[in-house]
Write a new protein. Structure first.
Length: 454
């Protein structure tokens, strides 16, 4: 199979009369009987995004183009620059292949420069990978991309692309030789909870806020170096409806599994998730069913959830027609928690795009608070450690305008044997510190269990 790719690349590149003067050049080739796991070359790093229930997986390595932005107009800036990239994109190869895709991620705060623990990630960045593996159902493709200005000649380009593929294949083979013994984790650092909780609750009761989301970071030390690819493998069971994602650099990986879709766009179909209201899973089936039923009737959880649904609808109304939300939330059951979940959907109005939708939606009250501006001002004054990409978003968009962004939740930063995990909880007027702290612990369990197998 792979032996044929060199010939297919040569044929596709041979169809060019002349090299494009600028823009990007991509060649997409079909694959058969091939499935790749979440493993990338250590020296290159890359990006991974996958949802088992939809059958969609994207894995990218190398950089053909990288756009970065920061500040209140970051999405508008990235949108304009990606549109320029799309307009000069030459595409060759399989006519049935999906459009080439880019990965997009951004921090919670538009103004924050992520700290050193985020290993060079920009506030927001859009990256077209040099090599993209895309699997959709039972079909798969490899897309090779290069900036035209850096192509010396077609033969050299072909060799470069095949070397990138060899490195990716080697990473996939090496995954089978990793150690199987579980990692032993020790908790070494834990952020304060009670002081910010009491301040938030006081401001809510004074009417300054309706809700604000507090976050914690917890540091663990592992008995051995961890593989973010194996962590992602461990996260798959029980999370088929969630997005597993990773952003990797040499020696560093942001890894997680998100139950919350910030927004997706497929043609003109828009969907955004309202996810707020949490309960633990029960140890027995009857207890589990009871806890889920109680969550659906819990006034505090329903109030918290309604705030999110209402803001999503207000954000999408100018951009969408036929906007619909469920009358009552559904239960999303994950291995450690139940959530209240309402998918809000509609049809995109002409002239709008995925990045504009993301800018209007982010941050929802599920990760920021309500009212939005008051909550963000409160967090800017009281959160003494920046969140980086935690509760920001990560996902993909393609040259056809389709894409999906997931809120960066249930995640951790893996750096050798050191791991920083993140969790948060929404505070409203009748919140109690012990209950909200317990909620963050339920959420931390998702990653903690996967790390032991990583």
């Amino acid at each position: 199979m792979f032996e044929d790719l060199g010939h297919s690349l040569r044929v596709a590149l041979g169809s060019l009369d002349t090299l494009p003067a600028n823009g990007l050049l991509s060649v997409s080739l079909p694959l058969t009987e091939i499935a790749m796991g979440p493993y990338l070359p250590d020296r290159d790093g890359g990006y991974y995004w996958s949802r088992s229930s939809s059958g969609l997986t994207l894995l990218g390595t190398g950089t053909a183009a990288r756009l970065v932005a920061r500040g209140g107009a970051r999405m508008e800036e990235l949108s304009q620059r990606f549109e320029e990239t799309r307009s000069g994109w030459v595409r060759l190869g399989d006519a049935d292949a999906p459009p080439p895709a880019a990965f997009l991620g951004f921090a919670f705060s538009a103004d924050e420069e992520p700290g050193p623990e985020w290993c060079g990630l920009a506030n927001s960045e859009l990256v077209v990978p040099e090599l993209l593996y895309r699997r959709s159902g039972d079909r798969a493709w490899l897309t090779f991309t290069a900036p035209a200005a850096r192509i010396p000649d077609l033969r050299s380009l072909e060799r470069r692309w095949l070397r990138a593929l060899d490195a990716l294949r080697a990473a996939q083979r090496a995954a089978g030789t990793l150690a199987d013994e579980p990692a032993v984790l020790s908790r070494t650092e834990d952020g304060d909870w009670n002081a910010p909780f009491e301040q938030a609750l006081d401001d809510i009761r004074r009417g300054r806020l309706q809700k604000v989301v507090l976050t914690r970071s917890v540091r663990y030390s592992a008995s051995r170096a961890l593989s973010w690819g194996r962590v992602l493998d461990a996260l798959e069971p029980g999370h088929q409806e969630c997005t597993r994602f990773a952003v990797a650099r040499p020696g560093f990986g942001l890894v997680g599994v998100s139950p919350e879709r910030l927004v997706s766009l497929d043609g003109d179909v828009v969907v955004a998730d309202a996810l707020a209201g949490t309960a633990p899973r029960g140890a027995t089936a009857p207890l589990d069913a009871t806890l889920a039923a109680r969550l659906k009737q819990d006034p505090k959880a329903l109030h918290e959830h309604r705030l999110v649904v209402d803001q999503i609808q207000r954000a999408l109304e100018p951009c969408c027609r036929g906007l619909l939300a469920p009358q009552a939330p559904e239960i999303m059951s994950l291995p450690t928690v139940h959530h209240l979940w309402s998918p809000v959907g509609g049809h995109l109005r002409n002239g709008r795009n995925l990045l504009e939708l993301a800018e209007r939606l982010h941050p929802t009250p599920a990760v920021g608070g309500s009212p939005r501006e008051a909550a963000l001002e409160w967090l800017a004054s009281h959160e003494h450690r920046g969140r980086g990409w935690y509760t920001g978003a990560f996902g993909w968009l393609d040259a056809g305008g389709n894409g999906e962004l997931s809120v960066v939740l249930r995640c951790g930063i893996i750096n050798g044997k050191s791991v920083d995990l993140f969790a948060g909880a929404g505070i409203v007027a009748d919140s109690r510190p012990d209950q909200e702290f317990a909620e963050t612990e339920w959420k931390l369990c998702t990653m903690r269990g996967a790390l032991e197998l990583g």
